[in-house]
Design a protein around this ligand. Structure first.
Ligand SMILES: C[S@@+](CC[C@H](N)C(=O)[O-])C[C@H]1O[C@@H](n2cnc3c(N)ncnc32)[C@H](O)[C@@H]1O
Length: 285
C-alpha cells in the first residue's frame, strides 16, 4: 500500500535513514557533531530568542513546579530548559527535583559542566526518549524543548511520555513551527532554509546537521496535527499556542486522572475540537 503523502510524519528521518533505528543513530551522530558549538549557535541563529522561549515555557508551567514536583527535562541537550525550570521552581518556592535526560553523551558532558558552574541541583542522565529508564508515573511534569521533533517514532515517544507521567501530570512540548503568511513566512523560510544552514554549517563544521534542522521542521506535524496525536494517545486538556509569529509552538497536555467507574477518560474518544488555549487552566500560571 502507498504511504499517504498527506498523513503526518511518523517520526524524523534524517537523510539516508530508512527506518527508526537508522534515524535514531543518525540523530545521535548529528547532535554529537554539533555539541561543542550547540549553545553558541542556538543563541546566534535565534538572536537569543531561544533563551526567551525556554524561560516563557518554564513560566507557563509554573504551577506544576510547586510543592516538591518531580520534573523531567527530556532531550535536554546542554540543559538550558532544566535550568530555566529550576529557576522558575525557585521562584515558586517549591524545591522541585529536576532530572534531565538525553542520548548524546557530548551534550550531557556540557550540561553537567554548566550545572556545576551554576550550582544547579538538576541531575543529568543518559537515556533514550523511546525507552525511558523510569518507572510508570514517575513525574509530575515532563517538558521538552526542541527535542520531540527529533524522535524517530512520535507515537512511541508520546506513549513513553504518557507512561512516565503520573495521572494528572503535565506534558509541555516546545517545538519549531512554520510561520504562516506570505511576507513574514517567506522571509523566515529564506532565513531558515538558506542562511541558517550556511552559518550553522560553517561555525559548527557540520553542514549536514544544520541542513537537517529545516528539513526536520518541514516534516514535523503542524501544531493542530500534534494536538490530534496527543489526544488520540489519551492526553486530555491538550492545547497549544504559537509564539513569535509561529516560529515556535508551545503545547500543553495532561495525563488524565485514573478513570473512576462509570466516568470515561477525556481524550481520544472525547471528540474535542476546541484548540483555544485557556490560560485559566489549573496547572498554568
Ligand atoms: C535541538 S536539541 C534540544 C536541546 C535542548 N532541549 C534545548 O532546548 O536546547 C535536541 C536534543 O534532543 C536529543 N535527542 C534526540 N532524540 C533523542 C532521543 N530519542 N532520546 C534522547 N535524546 C534525544 C538530542 O541528542 C539533542 O540533544
Amino acid at each position: 500500500m502507498k504511504p499517504n503523502a498527506n498523513a503526518p510524519a511518523a517520526g524524523t528521518r534524517p537523510e539516508g535513514a530508512g527506518n527508526d533505528v537508522e534515524a535514531s543513530r543518525r540523530v545521535r551522530e548529528l547532535f554529537g557533531a554539533i555539541a561543542p558549538r550547540y549553545d553558541l549557535l542556538n543563541h546566534l541563529l535565534s538572536f537569543s530568542c531561544d533563551r526567551l522561549w525556554r524561560w516563557r515555557a518554564a513560566r507557563r508551567v509554573g504551577r506544576a513546579l510547586r510543592a516538591r514536583a518531580r520534573v523531567l527535562d527530556l532531550c535536554c541537550g546542554t540543559g538550558d530548559l532544566a535550568f530555566a525550570l529550576e529557576d522558575e521552581a525557585k521562584r515558586q518556592g517549591g524545591g522541585a527535583q529536576i532530572v534531565a535526560a538525553d542520548f548524546v553523551p557530548a551534550m550531557l558532558v556540557r550540561a553537567r559542566r554548566k550545572a556545576a558552574e551554576r550550582s544547579s541541583g538538576a541531575g543529568f542522565v543518559a537515556a533514550d526518549a523511546l525507552h525511558l529508564p523510569f518507572p510508570d508515573a514517575s513525574f509530575d511534569l515532563v517538558a521538552l524543548a526542541f527535542g520531540f521533533r527529533n524522535l524517530a517514532n512520535y507515537a512511541k515517544g508520546i506513549a513513553e511520555l504518557r507512561r512516565v507521567l503520573r495521572p494528572e501530570g503535565v506534558l509541555a512540548i516546545l517545538e519549531f513551527g512554520e510561520p504562516p503568511g506570505r511576507l513574514f513566512g517567506g522571509l523566515y523560510r529564506f532565513y531558515f532554509q538558506r542562511i541558517l544552514p550556511a552559518i550553522g554549517g560553517w561555525v559548527s563544521g557540520s553542514r549536514s546537521a544544520y541542513g537537517y534542522l529545516p528539513a526536520s521542521v518541514a516534516r514535523f506535524p503542524s501544531p493542530e496535527e500534534l494536538t490530534l496525536q496527543l489526544r488520540a494517545a489519551g492526553f486530555a486538556s491538550v492545547q497549544f499556542e504559537r509564539w513569535s509569529a509561529g516560529i515556535v509552538a508551545f503545547h500543553l497536555a495532561e495525563r488524565p486522572a485514573a478513570p473512576r467507574q462509570g466516568r470515561p477518560e477525556l481524550g481520544a474518544a472525547s471528540g474535542e475540537t476546541d484548540l483555544t488555549l485557556r490560560p485559566s487552566e489549573g496547572w498554568m500560571s
